[in-house]
Ligand binder design. Structure first.
Ligand code: 1GP
Length: 232
């Protein structure tokens, strides 16, 4: 089976709780050359803020995915190509592994054909996502590879996501996840801020995810990371 992300190199993650740079619009965001936009965020996200971003990006021709941080912010919009449902494999407790999902599946008329799975391995202990999920970030490259294999082989996850949100990660650990996978697509996110950092991580993963850079530096900086990813 082929998935849209088989052909992606670059994803832009938009945090609905953060502003774009002054003077920049969602049209500019959609014209950065990114392969897809993922709308997600860990703190203070509401369904209303999610809808605002989906509506603003809907008229442009870039695939649009929602990555809900909890079942309460899920929105139903025809503009969405799908939902990427995170499970934090190294979370400190069951809520982020099956608890939130138990609530998610109670949504009426869940569109399973547009619902996809994303196995997070969270590795920056200072990131909000690590603190919120009480993730065990003290992992060796071998541990990361083992989690990736569990995610793909035992839990059928379509995407494995090595998450260093806020900081540039250890390429050895990212490569270990890549080596462990046969079919799942490896996403990497964290600290990508220019052509070189994008190019380096793209060499070790299938898809790089750029987040804060959009809100901190703007669309020109994002465009450089797209080039870096495409050249790898
Ligand atoms: C966050 O992995 C993404 O979920 C991207 O991280 O914000 O550090 O680019 P940055």
């Amino acid at each position: 089976m082929t998935n849209p992300w088989d052909d992606w190199d670059h994803v832009l993650k938009v945090d609905p709780d953060k502003d774009l740079r002054p003077g920049e619009t969602f049209e500019d965001v959609c014209r950065t050359g990114t392969d897809a936009i993922e709308i997600g965020g860990t703190l203070d996200v509401t369904a209303e803020k999610m809808s605002r971003v989906v509506d603003a990006a809907a008229e442009y021709d870039v695939p649009l995915y929602q990555e809900p941080s909890n079942p309460g912010v899920v929105i139903d919009s025809p503009a969405l190509d799908g939902y990427l449902i995170p499970t934090v494999f190294n979370a400190g407790g069951p809520f982020w592994i099956t608890g939130a999902h138990k609530e998610w599946v109670r949504i009426d008329d869940l569109d399973w054909s547009r619902t996809h799975t994303e196995a997070y391995i969270v590795l920056n202990p200072d990131a909000s996502v690590a603190q919120l999920t009480e993730a065990d970030c003290d992992l060796t490259a071998d541990d990361v590879g083992a989690y990736a294999k569990v995610a793909e082989r035992m839990f059928g996850q379509e995407i494995v996501y090595v998450e260093y949100s806020g900081t540039f990660g250890d390429t050895e650990k990212v490569a270990a996840a890549g080596d462990a996978l046969d079919d799942a697509t490896l996403f990497y996110g964290g600290g990508i801020h220019d052509y070189e950092s994008a190019n380096e991580m793209a060499a070790h993963s299938d898809v790089i995810v750029v987040g804060d850079l959009l809100h901190d530096e703007g669309v020109d900086a994002v465009r450089e990371t797209v080039k870096g990813a495409k050249d790898a």
